[in-house]
Design a protein around this ligand. Structure first.
Ligand code: NAD
Ligand code: UDP
Length: 315
């Protein structure tokens, strides 16, 4: 049995990860400040004696004897990470420093939830890990993009200087149950709008693309990366589903699967919204023997079922 710290453990991805780690027989500490996370996501874990929930902000040091750390704490939706841009930078940078310091002290292995946003608005398509990116350091997204880039810099330098065992996952757009209905990201927005027969809000003309990965595939990818031996393979490695959709196509698929009467409305495109995004997952396939297995249709059906139930019960 390992003792594992999951920062951001009450969030969308963190809650799935905590559940999976507990199911495998580990002891789990979920640390969260509940900015975008929610106790409801982990309510069924609270009775488990091997689960501990700690209200804590990663910008402050935290001490615990652990074997592994998954550093997920950071708002991920553009609406939420832009709400307090300075705080977002602090969360990424000071959070990384604090968690790397902890990992160094207790000799724990630590995985960073990095992001496809390190590639910015990419000029290379699809994006391999070797692509250095096209990020506007001054734009509305920079608090998140640059924060995550500095976090990667901190991780590799703790590895080089202090021999900390690191892992860096560059996560592409991921969706599934436990996203908050007001999260603001496209999949949850469209599903909630479709289920309520409200207008579906397309930003720009909807020709921009994203590649959507179902949560179970990501959690399996984390497992492959964290437990891959030898430990000296740390990535960064893209974890995403290469099936690419325009935002209009996504809206069409969600409308079809929900049988919704919603109409499309077109709103202004947010600043610096990347035009295209699709992971090159050759490295994950070759080294980790990982690739996604849940089709977008299958993943969306499960996510729609979740939101349908949630909206009836709570909202
Ligand atoms: P989320 O917003 O649901 O979860 C983030 C969690 O971190 C929340 O529980 C929030 O309360 C917590 N948190 C935020 N700031 C904190 C702080 N200062 N101290 C402690 N806790 C804090 O988002 P998610 O989709 O679950 O994302 C989790 C991680 O994965 C993030 O680091 C995000 O950048 C990364 N990621 C996610 C995606 C995706 O598509 N979901 C893509 C790329 C990267
Ligand atoms: N988007 C949209 N309508 C919405 C929410 C998002 O058209 O209600 C678009 C957004 O402009 C972007 C894409 O969907 O082009 C993905 O947005 P999201 O916020 O999910 O994540 P991003 O990949 O941009 O960080």
């Amino acid at each position: 049995m390992k003792r594992i710290l999951v920062t951001g453990g009450a969030g969308f991805i963190g809650s799935h990860l905590c559940k999976k780690l507990l199911d495998e027989g580990n002891e789990v500490i979920a640390l969260d400040n509940f900015f975008t996370g929610n106790k409801r996501n982990i309510i069924e874990l609270l009775d488990n004696p091997y689960f501990e929930l700690v209200r804590h902000d990663v910008t402050m040091p935290y001490f615990a004897e652990v074997d592994e750390v998954y550093n997920l704490a950071c708002p991920a939706s553009p609406v939420h990470y832009q709400y307090n841009a300075i705080k977002t930078v602090k969360t990424s940078v000071m959070g990384a420093i604090n968690m790397l310091g902890l990992a160094k002290r207790v000799n724990a292995k630590i995985l960073q939830a990095s992001t496809s946003e390190v590639y910015g608005d990419p000029e290379i398509h699809p994006q391999p890990e070797s692509y250095r990116g096209n990020v506007n350091p001054l734009g509305a997204r920079s608090c998140y993009d640059e924060g995550k880039r500095v976090a990667e810099t901190l991780f590799v330098n703790y590895q080089r200087q202090n021999k900390v065992k690191i892992k860096i996952a560059r996560i592409f757009n991921t969706y599934g149950p436990n996203m908050h209905p007001d999260d603001g990201r496209v999949v949850s927005n469209f599903i909630v709008q479709a289920l309520r027969n409200k207008d579906i809000t397309i930003y720009g003309d909807g020709s921009q693309t994203r590649s959507f990965q179902y949560i179970d595939d990501l959690i399996y990818g984390f497992d492959r990366l964290m437990n891959y031996t030898p430990d000296d393979f740390y990535g960064p490695v893209n974890i995403g589903n290469p099936e690419e959709f325009t935002i209009i196509e996504l809206a069409g698929l969600i409308t079809e699967l929900t049988g919704s009467k919603s109409k499309l409305v077109f709103l202004p495109l947010p600043e610096d919204d990347p035009l295209q995004r699709k992971p090159d997952i050759s490295l994950a396939k070759e080294v980790l023997k990982w690739q996604p297995s849940v089709s977008p249709r299958e993943g969306l059906i499960k996510t729609i079922e979740y939101f349908d139930k949630l909206l009836k019960e709570y909202f």
